[in-house]
Design a protein around this ligand. Structure first.
Ligand code: AMP
Ligand code: ZN
Ligand code: FE
Ligand code: FE
Length: 314
């Protein structure tokens, strides 16, 4: 699974970013504009992975098909899940939040439709509770304005933006470290899907799954790495190794884990437009890992044909 062998140099010029958010969830770039940004960033493959929704797929697909140069669009989603916490962890109930990147699954699969609808409701309930606690406490938060756009799946970045715009927090980073953090009195937990259920559902719907930023400690306690090995046996396809929230040791750890568990190791930006500082294409997935991932999917096709595919017969 290493980037070696004939043709590797040529294929290394293929730029693949498999994790990006749009205005369908908590990014600030519309799905069509994400495609424009991908072209501008010199990407050959980009994935749209909004939180708990596929609402951005249609617009992104249309844009990818009429892009000024060949661009492959991988239709995906980042599913809000929960997993077993590290054995050494101090989480009260031993459960932690984990994000599951899901690609190329049938978006009309009834189980996925029903559970993501529940999750979107849960996100709205949770964010409203947090916003109301802040408003009651005298913070300048207009709760109804937060939900004025029905086209987006609500997330803490939307509330963080309000706090920054009103000068309550100096930056998005500061908002997340303060009033929006898990230790804040305003914090409200949401009820997410057991990760093993999500892996099973996506696999059954023809898709492939990758655990997003599994060692991003800044977001809270980590999941039990042993559960990743267990999930590999029930269909999990990969782990996201190259992510800005991982240091060099985390990345090396995950590559080794991927090799041992027969998983693909991906790398991606987790682009959120102006809601984060990271740029599209800041982290990339190796072509061989991308090929292995796509090969395991049989739900829906990648939109468009990436530049290198014509000379890949070699
Ligand atoms: P939620 O899904 O509503 O719990 O919010 C989590 C989202 O906030 C994820 O998409 C993260 O990428 C984003 N996030 C977490 N920490 C930060 C931060 N320090 N700055 C900007 N966005 C963040
Ligand atoms: Zn997000
Ligand atoms: Fe995430
Ligand atoms: Fe993300």
């Amino acid at each position: 699974m290493r980037r070696e062998g004939a043709g590797a140099d040529r294929l290394d010029t293929v730029r693949i970013d498999l994790h990006a958010h749009t205005t369908a969830s908590d990014g600030t770039t519309a799905p069509r504009a994400l495609v424009d940004e991908a072209v501008a960033a010199g990407l050959d493959v980009v994935a749209i992975t909004d939180h708990d929704t596929t609402a951005g797929w249609a617009e992104a697909t249309e844009a990818a098909l009429s892009a000024p140069r060949p661009l492959s669009l991988v239709r995906g989603m980042e599913w809000s899940c929960e997993a077993r916490a590290e054995p050494a962890g101090t989480e009260k109930d031993g459960r932690v939040s984990v994000h599951l990147l899901c690609y190329l699954f049938d978006p009309e699969d009834p189980a996925i439709v029903a559970e993501t609808e529940r999750l979107r409701g849960e996100r709205a309930r949770r964010l409203r509770v947090m916003a109301e606690r802040m408003a009651t406490d005298g913070l300048p938060v207009d709760v109804d304005a937060l939900f004025a756009d029905p086209g987006r799946v609500p997330g803490r970045p939307h509330l963080a933006r309000v706090l920054v715009d009103h000068g309550v927090a100096e930056s998005m980073q500061a908002a997340f470290a303060g009033p929006l953090s898990k230790d804040s009195p305003y914090y409200e937990r949401k009820s997410d899907t057991p990760v093993e259920d999500a892996v099973r559902a996506v696999t059954a719907a023809g898709g492939v799954t990758v655990i997003a930023h599994p060692r991003a400690r800044s977001r809270g306690a980590l999941m039990d790495m042993a559960q990743i090995v267990e999930l590999a046996e029930s269909g999990l396809a990969g782990v996201e190794a190259d992510h800005l929230d991982h240091d060099v040791d985390d990345r090396a750890y995950l590559r080794d884990l991927a090799t041992r568990a027969g998983l693909v190791a991906t790398g991606s930006s987790d682009f959120h437009g102006a809601n984060k500082t990271v740029r599209l294409g800041a982290e990339l997935t190796a072509p061989d890992q991308y090929a292995a991932l796509v090969q395991r999917a049989n739900g829906i096709d990648v939109v468009g044909t990436r530049r290198a595919s014509a000379d890949e017969g070699a």
